[in-house]
Design a protein around this ligand. Structure first.
Ligand code: DGL
Length: 253
């Protein structure tokens, strides 16, 4: 069984892509909704929470763990790999693909404060030689609204506008969704982006993560060989009566 966790509901967008790529595999998803958001927390706390999520999934019998959270991945992946013996698949903002897609304009990276602050993100930008082109945009309010189930509301729309409009005079080529929560409001972000920068492309790391999981399973001889009929279990650290229906709805939307 493949374990997948996030601070809350964001990783369900990743899970959808994983299930599409590997429809015969069994998945177990853990949303740490009781402790979301992670993105505004200190790194030590994000690490401790990520360890607890991983332990939860291992106790359920998972043999591989996908960290479907850019924040947890950037704060804790090295420590988790050193501590646990299972293979991990981590996520990070899709900076490399963005650098390839960029023309003369700039790249907006929408993510949490914690991700944007991390060494991993800074190093990636330097590696791609795009320090001058990247505009990091923390969007903590978006995570809160998505967790509260306000995806299709005027509040959400306003929050997206408020974050993007200050950059309207820039020429933006690529918008990176560097937080898994944001994939749930991708159509809204795309609509707003089209009106501000008609040429901009919106990208996320979900598909790349699905391919990476496939490679990791193959390498660790963990593929079941089934091509359909995989099962999925959903768990939350929050109130199941509140979060499980939201999780089901997002997974099947
Ligand atoms: N979904 C998470 C990410 O990809 C973090 C959201 C949060 O808890 O702040 O970074």
């Amino acid at each position: 069984m493949i374990g997948v966790f996030d601070s809350g509901l964001g990783g369900l967008a990743t899970l959808k892509d994983l299930m599409r790529e590997l429809p015969g595999e069994d998945f177990c998803y853990y949303g740490d909704n009781a402790h979301a958001p992670y993105g505004t927390k200190p790194v030590e706390q994000i690490r401790a929470l990520s360890f607890a999520c991983t332990q939860f999934l291992l106790d359920k019998g998972c043999q591989v763990v996908v960290v479907a959270c850019n924040t947890a991945s950037s704060a804790a992946i090295d420590a988790m790999r050193a501590h646990f013996s299972v293979p991990f698949v981590a996520m990070e903002p899709a900076v490399r693909p963005a650098a390839r897609l960029r023309k003369q304009g700039r790249i907006l990276v929408l993510a949490t404060q914690a991700t944007l602050r991390q060494q991993l993100f800074q190093a990636r930008i330097v590696e791609c030689g795009i320090q001058q082109a990247v505009l990091p945009v923390p969007c903590p309010q978006w995570v809160e609204l998505i967790e509260q189930g306000f995806l299709h509301t005027s509040q959400m729309e306003q929050a997206v506008q408020q974050a993007l409009v200050p950059y309207r005079k820039e020429r933006i080529d690529v918008i990176v969704l560097g937080c898994t929560h944001f994939a749930h409001i991708r159509p809204l972000i795309e609509r707003e982006a089209r009106s501000l920068w008609p040429q901009a492309q919106v990208i996320d790391g979900n598909e790349g993560t699905a391919h990476q999981l496939s490679r990791v399973l193959h390498r660790a001889h963990l593929r079941t060989g089934r091509t359909q009929g995989g099962a999925v279990q959903l768990y939350t650290s929050g109130d199941p009566a509140v979060y499980l229906p939201r999780m089901e709805a997002l997974l099947h939307s």
